[in-house]
Ligand binder design. Sequence first.
Ligand code: FPP
Length: 246
Amino acid sequence: MRSAAGGQRAASDDGIPAHVAIIMDGNGRWATQRGKARTTGHLAGARTVRSVVEHARRTGIPVLTLYAFSADNWRRPEAEVAALMSLFRRYLAAEVSRCLENGIRISVIGRRDRLAPALVRGIEAAEAATRHCRDLRLRLAVDYSARDAIVEAARNTDGVPMTRSGFVRALALASNDLDVVPDVDLLLRTGGEQRLSDFLLWECAYAELVFTRRLWPEFTPRDLDAALLEYRRRDRRFGAIEAAAG
Ligand code: FPP
């Protein structure tokens, strides 16, 4: 099936979205409610990342993109930013072997020029080690802005025909991704807010949006199943009158 937005493959007949994207919100509130520092919430959020990634692989979701740090998150207090960056570096170092065992390929999308060299080295090492893995493509968005990626792609279309598929290739390159992934079928946001926050704006053109009040640290595999069920109930017409055939 071809989606209307970018010409990429959309969900398969089995009702599993080809690409799930998650805005992981609510770490800070989760910690504050417990009288703890916000960074404790991020640590708990990293544990949720691990369980959700494993569940996504078991479920057969081919591509999962997690919004870990937006380009606007640099405006947070220095100590919180430093704690998050350190958490990403430790997560990448710790998860490579688990990803290799489970066939999970890691990619990181977003700018790299503002990241610490040690983190960039960690990203490159994780990407290189897992490049051959095929069961799940895990993309972490770090220092990511969809609008910046679109502007960068528009700047770098030299020699690429200005078609949807040409632009999608330029967009992947602008996000530091090596190849094109399908458009987002299901966008999920935890934490009760209902906005996109500059995440995958082009890729979400026809995404089904699911919002849950659950705070990210308490989000469970069962909550992901509930979102997938909600997704399967949606009538996706891509602008037509009847649902598109697979
Ligand atoms: C938004 O919640 C969350 C973030 C900006 C950070 C997301 C990071 C993680 C889930 C940590 C681990 C990630 C990886 C990839 C290891 P918030 O802190 O803004 O929550 P609030 O709205 O309650 O303040």
